[in-house]
Each structure stands twice: as C-alpha cells, then as structure tokens.
Design a binder for this molecule. Sequence first.
Ligand code: G3H
Ligand code: 13P
Ligand code: ZN
Ligand code: NA
Length: 306
Amino acid sequence: PLVSPKEMFEGAYAGGYAIGAFNVNNMEIIQGIMEAGSEENAPVILQVSAGARKYAGQRYIIKLMEAALEKTDLPVVLHLDHGPNFEMCKEVIDGGFSSVMIDGSHLPFEENIAMTKKVVTYAHDKGVWVEAELGRLAGVEEDVSSDEHIYTDPDEAVEFVERTGCDSLAIAIGTSHGAYKFTGEAKLDFDRLDKIASLIPGFPIVLHGASSVVPEFVKMANEFGGDIGGAKGVPEDLLRKAASKAVCKINIDTDIRLAMTAVIRKFLAENPAEFDPRGYLGEARKAVKEMVRHKITNVLGCSGKA
Ligand code: G3H
Ligand code: 13P
Ligand code: ZN
Ligand code: NA
C-alpha cells in the first residue's frame, strides 16, 4: 500500500538502517525498483523530481504507481523530490503523493523557514509528510571544491526543525548530486551528523547525493562508446556508516542512470541489428533491479524490514 514514511523511518532509526529513496522517471525504473523491493521484502520510497514530473507527467507517474501497488503488499512512499515551491507541493499532495520535499536550501534562513512552514501547514492537514533541507550540496558544476560546501549548522538545524514543524531534514555533510562528487578523497562530516542527531534525538535525517557512482557501470559505459571521465561517488562503507546513524533516507538517482546507460550501450553494441526497444529497455530494467537489490542488501540494511 501507499504509506507515509513515518513507520519506515521509526524502524530505520531504531534499527540502525536506512530506506532507499530512488528517483523514478518511467515504467522500467519503477518496475525494476518494485521487483527488487518485493524480492527483498524491503520498504521503498519512489521519488519524483520536478524534471521527472515534467518528463513523464504527474498523472502517468501516479497511474504507474497505482499499477505497481496492485501487484504488491509492500509499503511504498510516493515522494516529491526537491519541490521548488509551495504550488508544486500542493499539486502533488492533491494528486495523492504521501510525502513531499520542499527545498528552500538556496534561500536565506528566514525565507527557507517561511516557505517550509507554509508547505507543512498544508501537508499536515492532509496527513502528508514533509522533508525540508538546510545547508547546501554544492556540485562540481558550481565550481566549488568539496570542502567549500556549505555544511548544515547544528544549532540552525534545531531552530529550523522547531520553527517549521517539518518531519525530516536533509543536511549537507559533504555529499553532492551527480557523478562527480569528490575531487580528492571521499569523506563525510560524521561529527557534524552526530552533533545534529544529538540535538534533535529521534529526528530522521536525509542524505541526498548518495549514489556510489558504481565503477563497474562507468567502466562498462566507457567500454561501449561512452565518455564519462573522472566520476566519483560516495563509497559504500561511508553510506553503511550513515545508515547506522540518524540517516533514515538515502537518495539514489545517478546510480540508476549509470546502470541503465551502461547496459543499454553494451546491449546495442553487442546486438547491432537489434531495434526492438523491449530488448534494451528490458536489459535496463534488469540492471536497475539488480543495482537496487544490492543497495538494499549490502548498503542500506533494509532487507526484510517491510
Ligand atoms: O536531485 C536531483 C535528482 O537527481 C533529480 O534530477 O532534476 O534531473 O530529475 P532531475
Ligand atoms: P545522486 O545524484 O547521488 O544519485 O543523488 C540523488 C538525489 O539526491 C536526489 O534527490
Ligand atoms: Zn537531492
Ligand atoms: Na539510520
């Protein structure tokens, strides 16, 4: 059934594991994630970005989701990823999403609080969960090195949570979006995470930009005509450590993109006469499933927790 993240996060916090939040853009991605979750009896979060919503259409996503839920008893959250404003949060809440993120992390503190509060008031009235963000996840594309990320200030985090009434908080401790996360050594500020967790005990923390940029997929893509250079993600042991702490939701998009692109490149290169999309999209779906299964069993620790 479609559920709120509440029980998922309570279990994750108490049990020292995390729930995977996977970005979805089409049928094959949804099916791959759902198959992995079902086989592992793991709760899953399907998240839709503004870009995904524009690409597929909100109604299509919701109908695909309904079809997925007819086939399983698994608890599933349908979440808006990086909601840019109140209006979009309202539209997906009215459309039936069980969770939204309002991302005011680029705004000044007081403006972030004001926008988040407005979403919380509307969402809570309808029983919908609200994730907010404080701190910046700088990307290489913004031309700042990883130690210039604007990490979340622990005291501000406490004030932000108290004043907004948000249900979970995305923090900046060194991750970033995309395939180029670290120029030097990959490291996360776990002291900061622990400090924040100690000030808001029991409060679920969210880690964005948490793809590992699986080297096998980068290699495969490059072997079959790709040109993905210098890619570097969050090592799995750092993610396991985060999952064992207050981090209850770990966001993964880039690894899905890389898995699909790698196997599609390989399939088309090895089968040059093939032109049935079911061939390469079927391979892509299988790759998503296996990648998600690996995360569930070996990284997140949420296998059997549904
Ligand atoms: O956080 C960003 C996610 O990876 C979604 O990316 O906005 O290109 O759909 P997108
Ligand atoms: P990645 O780019 O590391 O997959 O992060 C995805 C994300 O944070 C979506 O909100
Ligand atoms: Zn994100
Ligand atoms: Na955890």
